[in-house]
Design a protein around this ligand. Structure first.
Ligand SMILES: C[S@@+](CC[C@H](N)C(=O)[O-])C[C@H]1O[C@@H](n2cnc3c(N)ncnc32)[C@H](O)[C@@H]1O
Ligand code: SF4
Length: 347
């Protein structure tokens, strides 16, 4: 379901913009749809009030909790069922964060990512994205939403943008606390600057080498790391928030001294934060997670060379912490076709 269809349905029942705003505010805050300022603002029209029970049931059905998997680090991975029975993952992050999914599957097919293995199954509608936030808010506060779950937001732009606009207005989430995470796409750099609610941007860079990036992210747009950083820098200066570069650290692939030189060359003096996330092992894939000490040393070296670097664990390491792994486990890995062998150019 799209949020614009929800707005239209309310308008067809006689709701004025102020009524629609009130219902959407109540929904995004996980309150009863009729909730609102009792003494301030107009009451909802009777036709809208009459429709609320059925609408509540429908909105509740957009994202139902299939199962919850709390982790030792304070995060919890939620498997969320959509109305057609498809499932996506949301992750309750420490410090009031939530990671949401924007697609079932993904067409980019990054060779280290579980979500990309089956290709794109379907888009997640804007109302289904917001419903993941509503579901989480029934459990705890959500003050930050990162689009780092299943899917490539740039491949579902209209739904993701609609969700961001609602979350950044009626949903009460600060604009820089809405984080659009992408492999990079010209459409992102064209659209995001024009929005009223401009989200923060995370760019999944992973390597400073164009050739290796094409191997690791085979269906990502062919934008070189240099161009990506230039585009990112323009957006960062425009919004006033730094770009969060994502680097899934894979042992022997993108953790070499040459890559460290490459990062310094690309990011020195840029308005940027480098987030290094040691690779989270995916069954049947030929990659290894680097030792934590090695990853920590890399982060330290970058820091010394002037790059603001944070070493992070992906949330919920002990509960199928990699994106898409929980869904895959629940669906049953035995249905998965055998992997074709993959070859890597080492940096
Ligand atoms: C799942 S993606 C979703 C957002 C978007 N498609 C992207 O790539 O930025 C979010 C982040 O998870 C990372 N990721 C995917 N598989 C991973 C794994 N096995 N271990 C660690 N990080 C992984 C990606 O590299 C990306 O930076
Ligand atoms: S890392 Fe992001 S873009 Fe790549 S396959 Fe996974 S979800 Fe898609």
């Amino acid at each position: 379901m799209r949020i614009e269809h929800l707005r239209q349905r309310l308008a067809d029942l006689g709701a004025k913009p102020v009524h629609i705003q009130r219902v959407l505010r109540a929904w995004t805050h996980a309150l009863p749809l009729s909730a609102g300022p009792a003494r301030r603002g107009p009451n909802l029209p009777q036709a809208v009030l009459d429709a609320l029970p059925a609408l509540t049931a429908e909105l509740d059905g957009l994202a139902r909790l299939h199962s919850e998997h709390p982790a030792e680090d304070g995060s919890a991975r939620l498997l969320v069922q959509l109305p057609d029975g498809q499932t996506v993952e949301s992750v309750l992050l420490p410090r009031d964060g939530l990671c949401v999914s924007s697609q079932v599957g993904c067409a980019v097919g990054c060779v280290f990512c579980m979500t990309g293995r089956d290709g794109l199954l379907r888009q997640v509608g804007s109302a289904e994205i917001v419903a993941q936030v509503v579901l989480a808010r029934r459990q705890r506060a959500v003050k930050k939403v990162v689009f780092m779950g299943m899917g490539e937001p740039a491949h579902n732009m209209e739904n993701v943008i609609e969700a961001i606009q609602l979350l950044g207005t009626e949903g009460g989430i600060g604009h820089k606390n809405l984080v659009f995470s992408t492999v990079g796409d010209h459409r992102v750099f064209e659209r995001l600057p024009t929005l009223t609610v401009k989200p923060a941007l995370a760019l999944s860079l992973h390597t400073s080498r164009a050739d290796l990036r094409f191997e690791l992210l085979p269906k990502a747009p062919r934008i070189s790391p240099d161009e990506l950083v230039e585009l990112g820098e323009t957006y960062a200066r425009r919004t006033g928030y730094p770009i969060q570069y994502q680097w899934t650290l894979i042992d022997g692939v993108n953790d070499t001294p040459e890559e460290l030189d490459g990062i310094v060359r690309l990011l020195a003096g840029k308005y940027a934060i480098m987030n290094m996330i040691p690779y989270n092992a995916v069954p049947d894939l030929p990659f290894r997670r680097p030792a934590w000490d090695k990853a920590a040393d890399i982060a330290r070296q970058l820091h010394r060379r002037g790059i603001l670097t944070k070493l992070r664990n992906s949330a919920g390491q002990d509960v199928e912490g990699g994106c898409g792994q929980l869904r895959a486990r629940v669906l049953g890995d035995e249905t998965r076709p055998a992997e074709a062998p993959v070859k890597f150019v080492r940096g």
